[in-house]
Design a protein around this ligand. Structure first.
Ligand code: SF4
Length: 329
């Protein structure tokens, strides 16, 4: 089966405030050479610290922002080559659930109008049919149809996020980019919204790019996981393989910090040195080298490339040429 989404060599560079430094423009490489594919019905988790480029990657795939380089294929179509009308039509099949459900919902619109808006924009149904579909969508996300008459400020955070999900479902998409969908919610409602997303995946055969800074949540939700650091994917692989045998020191750092219910599975906490480097001053060689507990000379000068370390599992670390050093075996 062909992948639903294929991304090759995706790049996004931002110029910073028109500033000039010694005659050279200052540029942030927010996303730098990212490649992956997502199979139909799969959940790919994209995890990394704030500012690593994961949200930008999600928006690039939807072409909410324009890539600086690279290719994006969706349902077999080259999104970069589509005419504006065909891109507009294709966008119905690709939707996003935002992090902050309060900021993403128009406070002056009733819930019913918010959910019906995509149907109206794409002229999918007349007014009566839209009302029927709004009731159905509210029921699908676990809310009473009477919520259609309310305004966003009358709802709790979890209810608002359910409205955001209902609006994303209105056009029956095949792909949903879920961008930190629970990080603005109380812990008590996070699990409910995550379970709803998994139910909807089963019910409608949805494919997710699930973006989060929380590796614990990503492991819970995903079939495969991609780990980003300073604009690059440093490890990607099946969830279980990546959890049991991470092959990049940064993934090991993230895993060691993730809470684990079973004390037997608890890992020794690995604390990386310093802070994430500024994207304006990306380190030479391996971008993780200033913080890496296993750094050695070669890391400072030679950029490691993603290489296969197992079935469907890749990591970008020189130590994978001598895995015993990486795993401590
Ligand atoms: Fe650490 Fe070197 Fe591997 Fe980078 S290449 S993650 S610095 S050991």
């Amino acid at each position: 089966m062909a992948p639903l989404v294929e991304v090759q060599g995706l790049e996004k560079r931002f110029s910073v405030g028109g500033a000039w430094l010694r005659g050279r423009r200052r540029v942030i490489h927010a996303v730098d050479g990212v490649s992956f594919a997502i199979e139909p019905g799969e959940v790919l988790g994209l995890v990394g610290e704030s500012g690593c480029g994961k949200t930008t990657t999600g928006r690039l795939i939807l072409r909410l922002i324009e890539p600086s380089a690279g290719r994006i294929r969706f349902e077999g179509h080259d999104l970069m080559a589509l005419s504006p009308p065909r891109l507009w039509a294709t966008r119905q099949r690709m939707q996003i659930v935002f992090q902050d459900p309060f900021a993403s919902l128009n406070p002056r619109m009733r819930v019913g109008s918010i959910i019906a808006e995509p149907l109206a924009i794409y002229e999918r149904a007349g007014a009566t049919e839209r009302r029927r579909q709004v009731s159905e969508l509210l029921d699908v996300v676990g809310l009473d149809p009477a919520f259609a008459e309310r305004y966003p400020h009358e709802l709790s955070g979890g209810q608002r996020q359910r409205i955001g999900i209902a609006a994303a479902l209105a056009l029956r998409p095949s792909l949903i980019v879920a961008d930190e969908p629970v990080s603005a919610l109380d812990v008590s409602v996070q699990a409910q919204v995550l379970n709803l997303l998994m139910d909807l995946r089963r019910r409608f055969g949805l494919t997710y790019l699930f973006i989060s800074h929380d590796l614990h949540v990503v492991l819970h939700m995903s079939d495969r996981v991609a780990v980003m650091y300073l604009g690059e994917i440093v490890e990607i692989g099946p969830r279980d393989a990546l959890y049991r045998a991470p092959r990049h020191p940064y993934t090991q750092v993230l895993l060691s910090a993730a809470p684990v219910a079973d004390p037997k599975l608890r890992r020794e906490r690995i604390v990386p040195k310093g802070e994430v480097a500024s994207p304006l001053a990306v380190p030479s060689g391996c971008r993780f080298h200033p913080r890496c507990p296993l750094v050695f000379d070669r890391c400072r000068v030679e950029r490691p490339l993603l290489r296969t370390v197992g079935a469907g599992h890749e990591a970008a670390c020189h130590l994978n040429e001598a895995p015993a050093l990486l795993t401590g075996a």
